[in-house]
Design a protein around this ligand. Sequence first.
Ligand code: DGT
Ligand code: CA
Ligand code: CA
Ligand code: ZN
Length: 571
Amino acid sequence: MENKGIADIFVEIADILDIQGENPFRVRSYRNAARTIENMSQRVEAMVKAEENLEEIPGIGKSIHEKIEEIVSMGKCRFLEELRAKVPAGLTELLKLEGLGPKKVKLLYDELAVDSVDRLEKAAQAGRLRDLAGMGLKTEEKILKSIEKYQAGLGRFKLSVGFIYAQALLEYLKDVAGVKRLDPAGSFRRRMETIGDLDILAICGKGCKVMDRFTEYGDAAEVISKGETKSSVRLNCGLQVDVRVLEEESYGAALHYFTGSKAHNIAIRDRAKDLGLKVSEYGVFRAKDEKRLSGAKEEDVFKAVGLPFIQPELRENRGEIQAAEKGKLPHLIELADIRGDLQMHTAATDGKNSIAQMAQKAKEMGYSYIAITDHSKAVRVAGGLDEKGLARHLKEIEKVNGQIPGVRLLKGVEVDILADGSLDLKDDILKESRVVIASVHSRFNMEEKEMTRRIIKALKNPNVNILAHPTGRLILEREPYKVNLPEVFQAAIDEGVVLEINAYPDRLDLRDVDARLAKEMGAKLVISTDAHSALQMELMKFGVFTARRGWVEAKDVINTLPLEAMLKILR
Ligand code: DGT
Ligand code: CA
Ligand code: CA
Ligand code: ZN
């Protein structure tokens, strides 16, 4: 089982205990364990098999260790099954709705016997929630909105989660004798922020047992269908995977077709039709007599319709075909272009590692600079720093500077934008910080005008260099706050503030289309991980994917520049 699968079990345990009103410390210990496991670079399953002592890992004690062993050996956890038997299955699902915590879920169950999303929806529509203690008309409306959003995202997975499962499965399938090629396609290959399922294409030799091996996969919960050329499996986490075995001569056409998007495919087909051609997943054909012209390589499809290769991230029918036609495709940014990371948190606030450990990781990543940017005091849950705390912390950063040759540490802070647009720390100390990131962490419910004014006021503080996660959304969890982005972008341009594409996979904020607008308006961008541990600095790739989907080039992104040039842009 993948670390993510093990972590999910502990999250569910914590959720049920929470609903039962269990001791918060006990609940937290399960949540912490889940987070630790999910963020580990080594596979827990392998560690158990190698009989390593898991209790040396912070946050993993005897009781959790025992449960991990049971999960690895039996594929399930008895304690969780017992808990599940005690509460209706729908209750933990209710926790996934935005704005519903364990207390409210318990209240809804006790008072109205609400035990599923369906029942909650009916109760809300009937106006039965507004009279419950601590609720009202507004809560009722909000809950209806959360339900709508939840249902729209149902069954979709964050790209980063898709990555975990895709990598493990591809690793497994590539060792099957006779497999010549394996490629993920679909929304995964286009690096969409969420994926509905995972599409994998393969070329296999004669007698290859790839479908047998696929349907026997250890992490498969259910085989949905099995055939010679197509099989589908549902993994334990709920993600569906389709594997298709294809002919070598039509592999390129199939890769193009199954990469999509559907809208892009249709546009390409229409173009082919105008040229007297037919493009399908089987190849490129002459329309009048169905003669096969090509299709072994993906480039064949583009060549047939007179276009250069279009990167998968651009294939959304958002103007890529017109741009290709005019030779105006963007030269998309790549992970290798990134030279530093300008947002990260350390153990001084809610991060896991020390300044030195972050610097060491930066060295491993091949970076030449990073900014250490812990939270300010308003973010109390994160243990944000006040003026004195930050002053001390900046000295610490300075001290570590030079200890890791080749990596320059920049003194920084992520300062909170308060409700009135003022900043959470005094200007004197902000002046001491080379990288001042401003961001919103509270009062998300403002009207658009007020929120826009709030953010623009913050950008006008001359100490601010970067606006972080400009819309505040959390993918599949929290809508962006209402804000007029074009106005914010223009203010950022006028003030010389850089806009962040936050690479943290739950955020990806700015999202693709917003980043594209910012770039087209002439804004400067930065891609930062917002890492809360050294390992999370590896999440940079998700920010780069988002940037690529937003047509962003290396020259639009300041952390592709060498240190001195980058610093010139940071006012
Ligand atoms: P997803 O799975 O919802 O995240 O999105 P996709 O894009 O991976 O969609 P999926 O898995 O239904 O299909 C994979 C690709 O196959 C899709 O991107 C384009 C192609 N495709 C599927 N259905 C159609 C269709 O009806 N017409 C055309 N032209 N292409 C299709
Ligand atoms: Ca798909
Ligand atoms: Ca599919
Ligand atoms: Zn934080």
